[in-house]
Design a protein around this ligand. Sequence first.
Ligand code: URP
Ligand code: ZN
Ligand code: ZN
Ligand code: ZN
Length: 497
Amino acid sequence: SQNRLVIRHGKIVNEDGITEDDIYIEDGFIKQIGRNLIIPGGTRTIDARGKYILPGGIDPHTHFEFEFMGSKSVDDFYQGTKAALAGGTTMIIDFAFPKPGESILDCFYNYRQTADDKVCCDYSLHMCLPHWSEQVKREMEILCKDHGINSFKMFMAYNFMLNDAELYSAFEQCQKLGAVAQVHAENGSIIAKNVERLLAKGIVGPEGHELSRPEEVESEAVNRACVIAKQVDCPLYVVHVMSKQAAEVISLARKNNIQVYGEALVAGLSKDGSHCTHNSFQYSAGHILSPPLRSDPSTPLALLNFLAQDVLQVVGSDNCTFNSKQKELGKDNFSKIPNGVNGVEDRMSVVWEKGVHAGVIDPTRFVAITSTNAAKIFNLYPRKGYIGIGSDADIVIWNPTATRIISAKTHHQAVDFNIFEGLECHGVPEYVIVNGRVVVDEGQLKAVQGFGRFIETAVFPPFVYDPAKVEDLKPQRNGNVDEIQDIREIEKIISED
Ligand code: URP
Ligand code: ZN
Ligand code: ZN
Ligand code: ZN
């Protein structure tokens, strides 16, 4: 049957260890794990000898078909998720951002309508708050209670930024609902003044981008967000941590038992700010995102080490792709270059190359930062981010010795530029299995439009800050063995039907 698959002789990597077992998959779930499994006749076998078997990647940060800075990002939910699968990512979480005048509830419905028929892999949504109001507050509750949303992103920069009092209220509402507050942490007021000053001085090229938003502009905002989150006992997730200074603020906050998580970007782990001062506008503009790649060349390795040490927990892509033509909107003014880079396809390979192949991160930590931690933080674990009985069969068979060279000529994304162009990566997804279906099969991509599902994420019990209890709370918030049992029960019921 098409629905049955056994993977033999591979090394199964979960965040807590590596085992050598066979995996039997049926109807989209992992049914059995072990040796000498009894398998029905006619089941397809994949031999994974010498390969790693990883939980499918979860990219918790994408912006598909996002209208932003006067442009629309070119990877849509079809091409974006297809490219994700090609690279070994089997689930994405996109940011639903309201259009002008649209309520967050309507925004949610419209994103579902757009995405549901296009996605090739499962997806969830984070809801962006474009402003603060009583209506937003009410609709946050509806989104959590009725629509499977458990995270909200607030901006501390751009013209839709929230001030501190508004952040306080929004975080407070997240806390009450049991949702995770996410922040784009940069001081928008300082950036606006810096942009004015730089443009007046005649600094109009891409090199002005980082000059207008230096590290302290990021780390100040991260610190402020941590302080506000602490006041109202709200769990905080800092998206796209791009600097050493910002990561150090998170490190200190975590030592002080503030429940804060940090997300690195694959761009930030492999590139520095020198790529934004190239004499080709097209090349430099192609590397512009916010917060910026940092001119301090020690940043990428430092961020990898912060991931290794659990100061940062997650690697996202922030895939928000604009073609060269769209980037030209900022030809005479760096502040008008649409912000964003690619990464949804290459995230797994680049993190493997820069992390595991380089010896900074071991395979279990690789799984944690590319999949399991995102699943835990956004309450998808152990259904996602874990290879265990009852989990969804989202699996990557990873060949650590094969290599590939990244290029816009061969990638599956819509965008005409790839910031990782020419990078040779060890670590290639040889087979990718999404919901039990083999979609990367001996190098062939067979993604199916609309095959993915919207995954509702439940809220957590509201977090209460208590230093004495923080340790007890962590495993509870992160899912545990009982939940795995539950999934097995559910799965049993499903299979008996
Ligand atoms: O530059 C970026 N990061 N573009 C995407 C929007 C955002 O702030 O995440
Ligand atoms: Zn065997
Ligand atoms: Zn952002
Ligand atoms: Zn983003």
